[in-house]
Design a binder for this molecule. Structure first.
Ligand SMILES: Nc1nc2c(ncn2[C@@H]2O[C@H](COP(=O)(O)OP(=O)(O)OP(=O)(O)O)[C@@H](O)[C@H]2O)c(=O)[nH]1
Ligand SMILES: [Mg+2]
Length: 474
C-alpha cells in the first residue's frame, strides 16, 4: 500500500537532524520514553547512538499543535540529553522562529510559547498547561532573552533549569488551573521549533508525486491487455462515501471539484441505481483505463443492496442504470439481465467503503453481512480491499494531517478496528479523504485519492492475472 512514509521519514529525520547533525536514519523510533533512560554523560555520543524523541504522546503533541497554529514541532533541545542549562537551550533555540518550551513534572505538562521565538530582545511569552484534553494559557507579557540569563521568563513564569524548578506567581498558577504551590520541579524540559507542515521541500515532493501518480494511472493497462478498462465496484453501508469517492476521482481528472454524482444523507442523495462511470481525462478528452461502479448502499433488515444482486454485479449480469429492488434480486429472464457477460462486464476489484467515524459502531447485522460478502468473494476469487473515508473528520485531525494521514494515531486505530472486526489484512485497508466540503482541489488530497486508486488498479491486475483460462477473452 502506498503511503506517505517517505514524507513522514523526512519530517522525522529533519526533526532529528535539526537536533543532531550526526543523526543515523535507521535509528529512528518515534516515542522513546526519555524518563526511562538514564541521564547521559556525553550528550554528543548519546545523540549519535540513539533516536532522540519527545516525551509528548501523539495526542498531547497534536493538541498543542492544533492550539498553537497547526504547526509541526521540530525537537531542538532535550534537557536529559543536553543538560539542564539555560544557555544550552538558548543556543539551540536562538532565532529559530516560533518556539515552544515544554516542561514535564509528574502528571503535569506545562510550558511557554514564544510566537516570535527566542531573540536578543523583548519577546512575548504565553505560559500554558496541558491537562488531559484541556489547554489553559496565561499571557505573561514580554521577556528579554539572553545567553547570560540564568533563568527563562519573568518572575510570573520562570523556568530555572539549573535548579530544575518552574517558579510561578499565584495568579499564573490560578490562570493555568494548576494546584497552588511555590514551585514545580522539572523532570524533563524540551524545546521545539514550530514549522509549517507543508514546507517548500515537502510541497515540491507532493507535487512531483501527484504528477507521477497521474501519469501512472493515465498510462495504466489492465494486466495482459485482457480488458480495456479495469472495473472497480464500490460497496458499503449507506452514506459511507462511495459516490463521494467517484466524485473525488472525477474532480482530479477534470481539474476542478465536481459533485456530479449525487451524494448526501437525505433520500435525494442516496444512490438507488447501479451506475458505471467511465471518466474522461480533462487533459486530452480520452477515457481513462478504469471504470468506477456505484451501487445501492448495504442496509439492514431487508433494506439496501441484496446479496444476490451483488453476485450478479460481480459476474457482469447487471447493466448501467439498473434500478435495484432490495426485496427482489435480478434473475435470468428479467428484461435488463445480461445473459452472457464478457470479462469486461465483470468486476475486477471491489472496494468496501467504510466511514472511519462509524466503523467501530457497525451493527452486528452489518458486520455479519460484510463478513459474509467477503467470504463469498474469497470463494469466487474476487480481489477486494477496504477503503476508509472521512478520516479528515476524526478527532484532532486537521487538513494539515492529510500529508501523513496513515501515521496519525486515530487513523491507525480505525485501521486496526477494520482489521479486527472485519478481518481485512492491514495492507488491504486504504485511507482517503474525499472532496466533500471544499470546491478547491489541493495536491495533498489528490495524492491520497490517486494513491488509493492506483492500489485498486493493482488489485484488479491481481484478479486478471489469476483468472482461470475459460474467462480469458475480450
Ligand atoms: N468530510 C468528509 N465527508 C465525506 C467523505 N466522504 C463522504 N463524505 C460525506 O458523507 C456523506 C455521504 O456520502 P456519499 O458519497 O453520498 O455516501 P454513499 O456511500 O454514496 O451513500 P449511499 O449512496 O447513500 O449509499 C456526504 O455528505 C459526503 O459529503 C470524506 O472523506 N470526508
Ligand atoms: Mg451514493
Amino acid at each position: 500500500m502506498l503511503s506517505f512514509s517517505f514524507l513522514f521519514s523526512v519530517s522525522e529525520a529533519s526533526r532529528l537532524l535539526s537536533f543532531c547533525p550526526h543523526f543515523v536514519p535507521g535509528l529512528l523510533s518515534r516515542k522513546s520514553n526519555c524518563f526511562s533512560s538514564s541521564p547521559c554523560t556525553n550528550s554528543a555520543n548519546r545523540l549519535r547512538s540513539m533516536a532522540v524523541t519527545t516525551c509528548l504522546t501523539w495526542t498531547q503533541e497534536k493538541r498543542l499543535q492544533n492550539y498553537f497554529g497547526g504547526k509541526q514541532f521540530s525537537l531542538l533541545y532535550k534537557a536529559t540529553c543536553q543538560g539542564f542549562y539555560h544557555h544550552g537551550l538558548f543556543d539551540k533555540c536562538y532565532d529559530q522562529g516560533p518556539a515552544l518550551i515544554v516542561v514535564y513534572s509528574g502528571d503535569h505538562v506545562i510550558g511557554a510559547y514564544m510566537p516570535v521565538g527566542l531573540k536578543n530582545e523583548r519577546v512575548p511569552i504565553i505560559a500554558f498547561a496541558l491537562q488531559e484534553t484541556e489547554i489553559s494559557e496565561c499571557k505573561i507579557g514580554s521577556h528579554f532573552f539572553s545567553n547570560s540569563c540564568r533563568n527563562i521568563g519573568p518572575s510570573e513564569f520562570n523556568i530555572d533549569l539549573s535548579n530544575k524548578k518552574v517558579n510561578m506567581h499565584a495568579e499564573t498558577i490560578k490562570k493555568l488551573g494548576l494546584p497552588q504551590c511555590n514551585a514545580i520541579s522539572i523532570e524533563e524540559c524540551e524545546a521545539f521549533r514550530l514549522e509549517d507542515i507543508l514546507s517548500e521541500r515537502r510541497m515540491k515532493y507532493v507535487t512531483e508525486l501527484r504528477k507521477q501518480l497521474l501519469s501512472e494511472i493515465r498510462t495504466y493497462k489492465p494486466y495482459g491487455n485482457l480488458v480495456h478498462q479495469a472495473r472497480i465496484l464500490l460497496l458499503g453501508p449507506t452514506g459511507a462515501g462511495k459516490s463521494s469517492f467517484i466524485n473525488s476521482v472525477k474532480s482530479i481528472f477534470r481539474g476542478h471539484v465536481t459533485q456530479q454524482v449525487l451524494v448526501g444523507s437525505d433520500p435525494g442523495g442516496t444512490s438507488k441505481k447501479y451506475r458505471t462511470y467511465s471518466i474522461k481525462d480533462g487533459e486530452d478528452g480520452n477515457l481513462l483505463p478504469f471504470m468506477l461502479c456505484d451501487s445501492l448502499g448495504l442496509g439492514e433488515e431487508g433494506e439496501g443492496l441484496c446479496t444476490d444482486d451483488i453476485v450478479s454485479i460481480l459476474k457482469g449480469h447487471i447493466p448501467d442504470r439498473y434500478q435495484f429492488i432490495p426485496t427482489k434480486p435480478i434473475a435470468p429472464g428479467h428484461g435488463d439481465y445480461i445473459n452472457n457477460p464478457s470479462l469486461k462486464d465483470r468486476i475486477h476489484c471491489v472496494a468496501f467503503v467504510l466511514d472511519a467515524k462509524s466503523v467501530e459502531h457497525l451493527s452486528h447485522e452489518m458486520t455479519a453481512k460484510i463478513k459474509q460478502i467477503r467470504s463469498d468473494m474469497i470463494k469466487y476469487g474476487v480481489v477486494h480491499l477496504a477503503l476508509l473515508t472521512n478520516v479528515d473528520n476524526l478527532d484532532l485531525i486537521t487538513e494539515n494531517d492529510l500529508v501523513d494521514i496513515q501515521k496519525c494515531v486515530p487513523v491507525k486505530s480505525k485501521v486496526q478496528a477494520v482489521h479486527r472486526v472485519l478481518g481485512f489484512a492491514l495492507s488491504d485497508i486504504l485511507v482517503v479523504s474525499n472532496y466533500s466540503s471544499t470546491w478547491e482541489l489541493d495536491s495533498v488530497r489528490d495524492v491520497l485519492i490517486l494513491s488509493v486508486l492506483r492500489e485498486m488498479l493493482w488489485a484488479a491486475d491481481d484478479y486478471l492475472e489469476d483468472l482461470p483460462c475459460e474467462f480469458v477473452e475480450i
